[in-house]
Design a protein around this ligand. Structure first.
Ligand code: GAL
Length: 457
């Protein structure tokens, strides 16, 4: 587990801090963050200092908030710090205890969380993902229904309705969405692509394969990806983009319903492409975290990465410039579809500091909280209306993503929690780990069919 850090603010942030936070652009924030060392977790924009002591709330009782997430890398960590900073503007008396557990896509965090919940030791709030990922916690009776907070804060109207429809269960609210991430995105190093005469935005999967061959011919790594046990989710992420490209926005949700047909020629074609593409990546058996893979693209060691838009936050944090150093586009063959994931926070039953957790959830559901986080994270806020002034806080990429969100077909992500529960995801991870070793798409398809038969409800 990552070392927890504790931070407290000695008093309310001054008016200058508030004003500067609301008007700061993402790139300016990141530049400041880098200077202050926020990316390495040493300081917060609001001037919070690290401390190991509890502070007292208005009632005189100690008030500390244990927040569990997996945001420990690059832009993830900077975005969490930005949100904490905003939280402290409204809650200067609450001591923030960071329980982030390293590991992309929550690989290690989810296991640690399960252990704590089983032991009856929940954090005050934990990061979840809207959709099926939360179902196990709901079924196990581990979460409080947040209907009261939705009513009090007017979130049913303020939050994006497409997202709300996809995230409620049986009319109850189990989490507060903080962001919308774009999953089907290809990131490209412009110079490497130009040198190889490969497009930065291949239109479809066959064009992508041709582009990878062109890059390979120049001696560069065509695709930054890791297929180790800890990083197999990166392969799952690629696979879901290839499947969406083949089956389209109508066929994708059908795969996750009872009777979904995983035996089709379209699925076979997507898995054959997965084998071809993985074969072109240089040394995918090396342990490379998603942010290191992004850094390979940023530095020109590799040409492409297919990854969620937290990658953009890391490029920005590294001082890279869009269209000069990197470019992005919908993953090949998925133009017109927005595969989304939404990070959210929950209220576990038995939270030790329930009031502080509620204050955190209020921050997560507020415009200021969501803007402070998403503008740094590469994501977009999950609100029903995003005004033009608010859009000005976001950079070019996020504005593009906002347009895509409203102008394309929305479907949920597999790898990032929306369409399948944890057990189904684990079965797919095992199938992919075997595939990484045997590279047999027919066996992979058989395993995916079996998993669907076992887990589709
Ligand atoms: C996703 C999560 C993102 C980002 C990513 C990489 O599952 O939704 O917020 O953290 O993992 O770790």
């Amino acid at each position: 587990m990552d070392h927890p850090s504790r931070a407290q603010c000695g008093g309310a942030a001054g008016p200058t801090q508030k004003a500067s936070r609301m008007s700061i652009s993402r790139r300016a924030f990141l530049a400041t963050a880098a200077t202050l060392g926020i990316g390495t977790g040493t300081a917060l924009l609001s001037g919070c200092a690290s401390s190991g002591t509890n502070v007292t709330g208005p009632s005189g009782s100690p008030s500390s908030l244990e927040v569990f997430s997996w945001w420990t890398e690059g832009g993830e960590k900077a975005a969490l710090n930005s949100l904490v900073s905003e939280f402290h503007v409204h809650n200067p008396h609450i001591d923030f205890v960071n329980r982030a557990v390293a590991g992309g896509a929550g690989t290690n965090a989810k296991a640690e969380l399960a252990r704590r919940l089983k032991a009856g030791d929940p954090p005050d709030t934990f990061q979840g993902q809207a959709g099926a990922m939360l179902d196990d916690y709901v079924d196990a009776g581990q979460l409080e229904d947040l209907g009261f907070l939705y009513q009090q804060q007017g979130w049913d109207r303020a939050l994006n309705s497409t997202l709300l429809q996809l995230t409620q269960r049986a009319g109850k609210h189990w989490s507060v969405p903080l962001d919308i991430h774009h999953i089907n995105v290809i990131w490209a190093n412009k110079r490497v692509c130009d040198h190889a005469k490969a497009p930065v935005a291949p239109d479809n999967v066959p064009d992508f394969v041709t582009a990878l061959h062109r890059v390979a011919a120049t001696g560069k790594n065509p695709l930054a990806i890791s297929a180790t046990a800890a990083e197999i989710w990166q392969v799952k992420h690629l696979m879901e983009c290839l499947l969406v490209a083949e089956v389209g926005p109508a066929g994708w949700p059908a795969l996750w319903k009872a009777g979904g047909d995983w035996g089709t020629q379209q699925v076979s074609t997507a898995l054959a492409a997965l084998r071809q593409i993985l074969a072109l990546a240089v040394n995918p058996t090396a342990e490379v975290s998603w942010d290191k893979a992004s850094a390979m693209v940023g530095s020109g060691e590799a040409a492409y990465q297919i990854m969620g838009d937290w990658t953009e936050a890391s490029f920005t944090l590294a001082g890279l410039l869009p269209h000069r150093d990197y470019d992005w586009a919908p993953a090949p063959g998925t133009d017109g579809t927005f595969v989304f994931a939404s990070d959210c926070f929950t209220l576990p039953k038995g939270a030790k500091d329930r009031d502080a957790a509620i204050a955190w959830l209020v921050e997560c559901g507020s415009q200021a909280g969501q803007d402070s986080f998403t503008a740094v994270k590469g994501a977009i806020p999950p609100r029903s209306v995003i005004g033009s002034t608010e859009r000005g806080l976001f950079d070019e990429y996020s504005n593009w993503s906002m347009q895509q969100w409203t102008g394309t077909q929305i479907v949920g992500s597999l790898t990032h929690g929306v369409v399948a529960r944890a057990a189904w995801n684990s079965a797919i991870d095992s199938a992919l780990l075997s595939f990484a070793a045997n590279r047999d798409p027919v066996r992979l398809q058989t395993a995916l069919q079996a998993a669907a038969k076992q887990y589709a409800a």
